[in-house]
Design a protein around this ligand. Structure first.
Ligand SMILES: [Mg+2]
Length: 133
């Protein structure tokens, strides 16, 4: 099946957690235009509340630098939630430090993207996470 068919027909829900409103807006606009539903969290506390709740997510995007628990702490907490055990989590960061990258993968992140990012490349990474390698 061509990639375009998958994105056009896909109605999965994605959690976007970032404390910067313009980043959330860019991500939400692009992902919704690509056929996903998007829930936005403005900080780590809200991200964790949504992950603790019952809403099914196909992918979660977590910024590292956020008020409340940071993205790595949210990732670590999410991995302890039985209903999120298989959730692909993609870490977003402006820092781009290798220590963050290593920490993210050690905590069970599936992918790691450094800002600024290309929305098209991010979408390709998300689709790969949903489909598997
Ligand atoms: Mg941030």
């Amino acid at each position: 099946m061509p990639d375009q068919d998958l994105s056009a027909s896909h109605r999965g829900r994605i959690l976007v957690a970032d404390d910067e409103p313009h980043i959330r807006r860019i991500l939400a606009t692009f992902l919704e235009a690509s056929g996903f539903a998007v829930d936005q969290a403005i900080d780590g506390t809200q991200a964790l509340e949504l992950l603790e709740g019952p809403v099914p997510y196909e992918v979660a995007l977590l910024d590292i630098m956020m008020p409340g628990p940071n993205g790595l702490e949210v990732l670590e907490a999410a991995r302890l939630l039985p209903h999120r055990a298989g959730l692909p989590i993609l870490i977003l960061t402006a820092k781009g430090q290798d220590t963050d990258r290593e920490a993210a993968f050690a905590l069970g992140a599936e992918d790691f993207i450094t800002k600024p990012f290309s929305p098209k490349k991010l979408l390709a990474r998300i689709q790969k996470l949903i489909r598997g390698p």
